[in-house]
Design a protein. Structure first.
Lengths: 226, 226
């Protein structure tokens, strides 16, 4: 047994695969989902399904109301872009200010409470072309913060932020998740889902997801509206 | 004008003094208070009064429900200790897991939204004997996270975490706040206040506050229950 790990679980394909990776690596996995005032609760329902499918008994939801500081199409009254020409060319409007910093901070708190020092997050190469808080140097800097800012760290523990998907394309993630037995039908990637586990098919997240399955040659179990 | 700064405002004596410092230093100050499931909303009311007294027009409150991860007398069902023999000898039970990491993360998000790169937090020497996330090396590590994890940082901005009270005793903070015109009657330090702006007088925070005024030779405007 590799000890306990805490996984940030969004309900998406990436974090489900990251959680499956942590289980396969021998960690006793607990999961944290963040309800950050996203447009839809459907994402949290997917996270619940994923946790159940992966037999993660300790799954907690922390609510953070980011509306008060705004700044993103995912938390604010900015429309989600659809059918964009280029994906990942610049920092998208779906960027939530300091999102991964906030999420990793909460994950660190959770880790500390349950005695874990391994944090797992499903960020990947396709993200970090656009989101600064997905870059490897950010994750390394956060490990120092977690070590210096916690009781366990003050007592000598080292913290690791694992990003097992970091250098994978979406197709690579689909292949890895598939080989680890992830039930992708329980996951939701859409920024603006029309219904439970239904994908709009047109936002950046849906288009990346669809292309990932196609490129991986793995059957896509998702339901798309268009 | 030194640009914009965001101040973490708890409603306590320390953060009020830190905010007054930022104003005196020439920053255009915005304030963020975090409603993290503390026992009493009275702390937030004090923060509101402090913001008004310091003429901080942009004061936002972000709610984070830390109950789901628990782990502290301030968020969990653990009694607040009173009349302790020694203060600051070890990490107290009022330690909230990764609290300053979470708070600074939210402050970073707020900074990013309003275009600030200066973060101000009222941590001090008396704290960091007990709380790991008040140590200077933690604050320096967080600056790297803020720079690496934000759009502004990715575009070249440097972030500074100012802790103007870091090496001050409570008496030193009282003297500084007094010289900057802070109305201490609007501040609340108590971990478990019996009423609005009333201090229990017996928890660690109350005892430090009282002793700070006495040592500073500044009249204490606070109301104490005992």
């Amino acid at each position: 047994m590799a000890g306990r790990a805490v996984v940030l679980l969004s309900g998406g394909l990436d974090s489900a695969t990251a959680a499956a990776w942590a289980k396969a690596a021998g960690f006793e996995v607990a999961a944290l989902s963040v309800d950050y005032g996203q447009r839809h609760r459907l994402e949290l329902e997917a996270a619940h399904l994923v946790a159940r499918q992966l037999e993660i008994a300790d799954h907690r939801i922390v609510a953070v109301d980011l509306h008060a500081i705004g700044g993103s199409a995912l938390t604010d009254d900015v429309p989600v872009p659809r059918d964009r020409e280029a994906i990942g060319a610049d920092i998208p409007v779906t960027y939530v200010p300091a999102r991964n910093t906030v999420f990793l901070a909460l994950l660190t708190g959770f880790a500390e409470v349950i005695g874990a020092t391994d944090l797992v997050i499903g960020v990947n190469a396709q993200d970090y072309s656009g989101y600064p808080d997905c870059r490897p140097e950010f994750l390394r800097a956060f490990e120092a913060v977690a070590r210096l800012g916690t009781r366990a760290g003050a007592e000598g523990a080292r913290f690791s932020v694992h990003a097992p998907l970091l250098h994978l394309s979406k197709a690579g993630i689909v292949r890895l998740g598939s080989s680890l037995g992830v039930d992708f039908a329980a996951t939701l990637s859409c920024y603006d889902p029309p219904a439970a586990l239904v994908h709009c098919g047109r936002c950046d997240a849906c288009r990346l997801r669809r292309a990932g399955f196609a490129e991986a040659g793995v059957p896509d179990p998702s339901s798309y509206e268009s």
